[in-house]
Design a protein around this ligand. Structure first.
Ligand code: NAD
Ligand code: DAU
Length: 353
């Protein structure tokens, strides 16, 4: 079996669902259930004996040691993190606690467990750390995309904390020989993404007639990857990646934010027209994100060349599926936006107008 951390969040839940749709290998899912963790994402696994959910913190050695000893996983896949850049600007401490200190404790637990395995199991064991392209910093309009050897230059408390965790993971391989793999992926979108992130936020705001807040001029560029493609890349790296190596994962799909939002508006105009007029009328420019990285772009040649992985979705197909999913699952979003989410909107958007 495998131990997944953060498997009640956006990417982790998609990963667990896809994993169990493709294999009978069981999953222990350790998640703290922060505001971003949502058991509703995993509701389709209710009663499935292959999925064992445990509420807990990756930084809690007692819990992690117990899970490793009891379940004897062949791999740990670490999705658990504080993941939202804007929240890291308003409150960086949780990011240091979970992303840096939590990853450190998880690595220590994995090292102790791995050290006690027999030689065959040691050789087969993997610690796969899920990271982000944001650790490489910001690109100019004509700069070459990030490769695995691009120097780290994180600019937000979020990306700095992820960079720190990547360095720890690397060090545990170099120093102790722990068979680690690190993946650095671009912006994901798809089902179950918390509506604080650009795409689900825009869909939710449009459907509820609220302004669509574009930070700055809306020309910041991101590379966008459908979440199922990220999950298939992680499975491939787990299966065939070389221990100690880093793999960039991306969609070969750079787009400015404003173009993303216009695409969403056009799809909504087709799928659920608003009698009040085209959704694009709601687009509103607001104060920029402090330290806002201008452009990210991923060179995903290595994972293609070495492991034969490429994304299956184009942005056109992925975004259509995504908008359809949010239209069909408005109850899922409604359950989220009724709680702590309201306070977050005031904190983040209150003084941007
Ligand atoms: P998310 O915020 O949706 O989910 C994070 C999950 O981790 C939640 O379920 C939360 O409850 C859990 N968690 C938080 N702190 C924890 C702790 N201390 N112990 C155990 N569980 C904890 O995040 P996401 O978007 O699904 O991202 C998952 C991972 O992928 C993160 O490591 C993130 O840095 C990375 N990543 C995300 C993207 C993206 O576009 N979303 C892109 C590249 C990499
Ligand atoms: O690049 C990978 C990263 O992508 C992941 O590591 C992060 O976990 C994930 O949150 C994401 O970070 P971003 O900051 O790029 O994603 P976000 O959806 O917050 O913002 C995408 C872009 O849209 C960014 O340029 C900021 C802009 N934006 C965002 C929001 C929430 C707006 O213009 N308005 C908004 O209201």
């Amino acid at each position: 079996m495998i131990l997944v951390t953060g498997g009640a969040g956006f990417i982790g839940a998609n990963f667990v669902l896809d994993w169990l749709a493709g294999t009978d290998e069981a999953v222990v899912n350790l998640d703290k259930l922060t505001y971003a963790g949502n058991l509703e994402n995993l509701a389709s696994l209710d009663g499935d004996a292959r999925h064992h959910f445990v509420r807990g913190d990756i930084g809690d050695r007692k819990v992690v040691d117990r899970l490793l000893a009891e379940h004897r996983p062949r791999a740990v896949i670490n999705f658990a993190a504080e993941s939202h850049v804007d929240r890291s600007i308003h409150g960086p401490e949780d990011f240091v606690q979970t992303n840096v200190v939590g990853t450190f404790h998880l690595l220590e637990a994995a090292r102790a467990y791995w050290g006690g395995l027999n030689a065959t199991d040691q050789a087969a064991f993997r610690f796969l750390h899920v990271s982000t392209d944001e650790v490489y910093g910001s690109l100019g309009p004509t700069d070459a995309p990030f490769t695995e050897t691009t120097a780290y230059a994180p600019n937000s408390p979020y990306s700095a904390s992820k960079a720190a965790s990547d360095h720890l993971v690397r060090a545990y391989h170099h120093t102790y020989g722990l068979p680690v793999l690190t993946t650095n992926c671009s912006n994901n979108y798809g089902p179950f993404q918390f509506p604080e992130k650009l795409i689900p936020l825009m869909i939710h705001n449009a459907l509820t007639g609220k302004p669509l807040p574009i930070y700055g001029d809306g020309q910041n560029v991101r590379d966008w990857l459908y979440v199922a493609d990220h999950c298939s890349a992680i499975r491939r790296v787990l299966e065939a990646g070389r221990p100690g190596e880093v793999y960039n994962i991306g969609g070969w799909n750079e787009m400015p934010n404003l173009a993303i939002v216009h695409t969403i508006c056009t799809l909504l105009d087709e799928m659920q027209p608003d009698p009040a007029g085209a959704y694009a009328r709601l687009i509103t420019h607001v104060h920029d994100r402090p330290g806002h990285d201008r452009r990210y772009a991923i060179d995903a040649t290595k994972i293609d060349r070495e492991l034969g992985w490429r994304p299956a979705e184009t942005f056109a197909t992925g975004i259509k599926k995504t908008v359809r999913w949010y239209l069909d699952q408005q109850g899922w979003t409604a359950n989220i936006v009724s709680g702590e989410y309201r306070q977050w909107l005031t904190t983040n958007y209150g003084d941007r107008a």
